[in-house]
Design a binder for this molecule. Structure first.
Ligand code: ACO
Length: 314
């Protein structure tokens, strides 16, 4: 049985925050942020703008592309670590907005790897229990957890949401080919964020996260390629979590691949955590940079620590 991606959609908040805006809030500069991260601009939810509304907008676009109606959906899985509230979850809010009465809905929390984990959960449920379709969402609004006086973190993150529709059937070998996920809770302290009081603020040891990413991500990508039976050369594009341009460049270098195969949009999104991979994926599909038959690798990494990659034939 093949499980293919039949639609995608994304949504960014209207309000944006440039590096120059940030330099008026904390002691930083456009030059510092750009050279260390590649980020120039990011979008931030207004105080009364629910993340689930962004998720719903992205879901509507993904359903429109796939031709599936909300009422036909069987499963909705949202990868998010910053839902509007602890419960009901983001997936249930989206269900209500879509009128997807027949869907089973829940959230998966795996920070910046959230979308990859959510796709893997949905795929596994489709294979094991016969769900015929699934809406998978990646959505985060870390701006609500940022300490806006801490220049080491407030310049890095943006908000956003994106969705993908998965459909099962016989599609001539297209669809998800291989995935490989991992976690290391013993190193979780280097990137944390709670839900109440002071603990609600995001804490990050940037250099520890940087070292983790440039060591683990190439390993995990190679492992996933080996599992798939493909070669590096067979992969058209590597769609990585958009945390930092330097991390992506170093991953490409370690794999001995040209940076051109590692598309980037973080200059105008910032790090949107669990939303970053599906936002970029949707942009590439709509720009026709991803074509039928292309092998695409998605790779996420972040708090937990968690990481994971998957390869699919579009
Ligand atoms: N503006 C100006 N100066 C700054 C800023 C800022 N925004 N932030 C830090 N600095 C200063 C520091 O205080 C330090 O000054 P000092 O030397 O006087 O002490 C100097 O810049 C260098 O700081 P470093 O932390 O060494 O800077 P580095 O080059 O390591 O870059 C960064 C920091 C960008 C955070 C980097 O470590 C990084 O990208 N880490 C990975 C972070 C990441 O990707 N996190 C998310 C991944 S997981 C997820 O997505 C949830």
């Amino acid at each position: 049985m093949d499980i293919v991606l039949s639609g995608s959609g994304s949504a960014l908040p209207e309000k944006n925050l440039t590096n120059d805006d940030l330099s008026r809030i904390v002691d930083t500069s456009d030059e510092w942020i750009k050279s260390r991260t590649g980020i120039v601009d990011r979008h931030i939810c207004k105080e009364d703008e629910p993340l689930s509304l962004l998720a719903l907008k992205s879901a509507q676009k993904a359903l429109e592309m796939s031709g599936i109606k909300g009422s036909q959906l069987e499963l909705i899985v949202a990868g998010t670590s910053s839902p509007d509230r602890n419960f009901p979850g983001c997936a249930c809010d989206v269900q209500a907005g879509l009128g997807a009465e027949g869907a089973v809905c829940f959230d998966v929390s795996a920070a910046c790897s959230g979308f990859i984990y959510a796709v893997h959960v949905a795929e596994s449920m489709m294979r094991a229990s016969g769900y015929k379709n699934a809406l998978v969402i990646g959505a985060d609004a870390l701006s609500r957890h940022i300490d806006w006086t801490d220049r080491t973190t407030c310049v890095l993150f943006g908000d956003g949401a994106a969705a993908a529709v998965l459909v099962s059937g016989e599609f001539g070998g297209r669809g998800i080919i291989a995935s490989s996920l991992g976690s290391d809770g013993s190193r979780g302290a280097c990137l944390t964020c709670g839900s109440i009081g002071e603990d609600k603020k995001l804490y990050m040891d940037g250099s520890e996260v940087f070292k983790f990413a440039i060591r683990k991500v190439p390993e995990n990508i190679q492992e996933t390629i080996n599992k798939s039976g493909l070669k590096k050369e067979d992969i058209s594009l590597f769609v990585l979590h958009q945390a930092n341009k330097r991390i992506i460049e170093m991953v490409a270098k370690k794999l001995g691949l040209s940076e051109e195969r590692f598309p980037i949009n973080l200059e105008y999104t910032g790090n949107t955590s669990g939303a970053s991979i599906p936002i970029l994926l949707d942009e590439l599909i709509r720009a026709k940079r991803i074509k039928k038959g292309d092998n695409i690798l998605l790779s996420g990494f972040g708090a937990g620590l968690t990481w994971g990659s998957l390869i699919f034939k579009y």
